[in-house]
Design a protein around this ligand. Structure first.
Ligand code: FAD
Length: 414
């Protein structure tokens, strides 16, 4: 077999993980990104290695809560009105997968991919110099009412059935683990398999430097389109430059749909904008990531400070961010962490690449086996990045894929 040459579009956690895997297997790798070192979802996310998140966003009965969320201008979910017509096909598919049988199918696929995460992530972190950047202390979901835990019982039972460890805790047990939490917390659930990273930006910076030092060529440029060729792919950059390779991988996060559509594949992918604030001197110390189930936000103790984030906003890739959402999350955080200070706080927002069924798109494109998709990881791109790299490696090097790729195929949107 002649040497595999790969062009990876996108230098986020997914593209870099693909590049890492391709290099490990002896391929010649070129990464193209319009801003390789710059801001992206992979850079400012909440840092959770959320392997226990196996339930899709669309679940039976969700529609009853959505109107309340949307009516609250700074609630956990927002739709920008002008954008809503463009969102309809995505919302329709989202509604369609919210049945018991679909939730069961999707959660099995998520559990399958997430079960591989540490086997793929830990060796990658060790190899590139990130061994000390994975904090394996689990995560805590906390509730402010007794009924909250009862409401989510089906979720925890379903997770248990898929092999996820969950331990229900009383208020005293929760506060013993995280003394910074105030009296608002009534109970919680500990998930020991969850972990978090020291700083998501450091993860992508170290990985990008490693792939560059180990032979990857990183080009700053905007990819306009990708054309299939007889034995490979041609990548066309804005300005007309053309590059060819035996394979191209589209790992352009929330911007991937346009490139896939040009190839003729129908893709349902939307930006799900999220917000956070990182506080350099928060005045409180947390041991692990906290998930505030009733208010839908999280807090992560990072090396750069305490990151408070969440929110889901559908408004496309061009709408300006609304940082009132970050401020609203800070207000909620003060309810849970009474001693929280905001010294040196920095707001951020980024685009989660969201599919309506909460599953990423990983697999060959419809028109060409030489063009491979690796995008749409939604809330779990940091978690699933290294495993996606491994799976794409299977396709690039013609190995049997390590898991059934049917649930991740782009064909599901046709
Ligand atoms: C607020 C928030 C919190 C999150 N928390 C978590 C978490 O705790 N755990 C977790 O696992 N995940 C989390 N996520 C999700 C995670 O960050 C994303 O799923 C992941 O970063 C997506 O990575 P990516 O490489 O696909 O895309 P990105 O990081 O967006 O990278 C895509 C890259 O492609 C480049 N690009 C796009 N189009 C082109 C083009 N045409 N030409 C050239 N370059 C192009 C962009 O410049 C960008 O650098 C969170 C996301 C947000 C927003």
């Amino acid at each position: 077999m002649s040497r595999v040459t790969v062009i990876v579009v996108g230098a986020g956690i997914v593209g870099l993980s693909v590049a890492y895997e391709a290099l490990q297997n002896g391929a010649a790798v070129t990464i193209i990104d319009r801003d390789p070192e710059g801001d992206k979802a992979s850079f400012g996310n909440a840092g959770g290695i959320a392997v226990t998140e196996v339930m899709p966003a669309s679940i039976p009965g969700l529609w009853k809560k959505v109107p309340f969320w949307i009516l609250d201008p700074l609630g956990p979910l927002a739709l920008r009105v002008a954008y809503t017509p463009r969102l309809l096909p995505w919302l329709w598919h989202f509604a369609r997968v919210g049945t018991a049988s679909e939730v069961s199918r999707i959660s099995e696929a998520l559990a399958e991919i997430n079960s591989r995460v540490y086997d793929d992530l830990v060796p990658l972190f060790n190899k590139v110099g990130l061994a000390d950047d994975l904090v394996r202390k689990g995560a805590l979901t906390v509730y402010e009412t007794e009924s909250g835990l009862l409401r989510d019982k089906h979720k925890w039972d379903a997770s248990r059935a898929l092999g996820i460890e969950v331990q229900e805790l009383s208020a005293a047990q929760v506060r013993h683990m995280e003394p910074a939490l105030g009296p608002i917390v009534k109970n919680g659930v500990f998930m020991p398999q969850w972990s978090h990273v020291s700083d998501p930006k450091r993860i992508v910076d170290v990985l990008r430097n490693w792939v560059a030092a180990n032979g990857a060529l990183i080009i700053r440029g905007h990819v306009d389109r990708i054309n299939p060729t007889t034995n490979g792919a041609e990548v066309v950059l804005n300005g007309g430059r053309r590059l060819s390779a035996t394979n191209a991988v589209i790992a352009a996060g929330a911007w991937s749909a346009q490139l896939a559509k040009q190839l003729g594949d129908r893709v349902l992918l939307e930006s799900e904008r999220g917000y956070n604030t990182t506080i350099a001197s928060p005045g409180v110390a947390l041991e692990r990531q906290l998930i505030f189930a009733d208010r839908k936000f999280v807090a992560t103790p990072l090396s750069t400070g305490l990151r408070i984030g969440g929110a889901v906003e559908f408004g496309g890739l061009k709408a300006a961010p609304n940082y009132e959402r970050s401020k609203a999350l800070m207000k909620l955080a003060r309810m849970y962490l009474p001693d929280l200070k905001e010294i040196g706080s920095k707001e951020w927002s980024g685009h989660r690449p969201a599919t309506p069924d909460s599953l990423p798109v990983i697999g060959r494109s419809g028109p060409s086996r030489h063009i491979i998709y690796a995008f749409g990881h939604g809330h779990l791109g940091l978690t699933q990045g290294p495993t996606t790299g491994k799976i794409v490696g299977d396709l690039l090097f013609e190995h049997k894929p390590r898991l059934n790729l049917a649930p991740f195929s782009v064909a599901r949107f046709s």
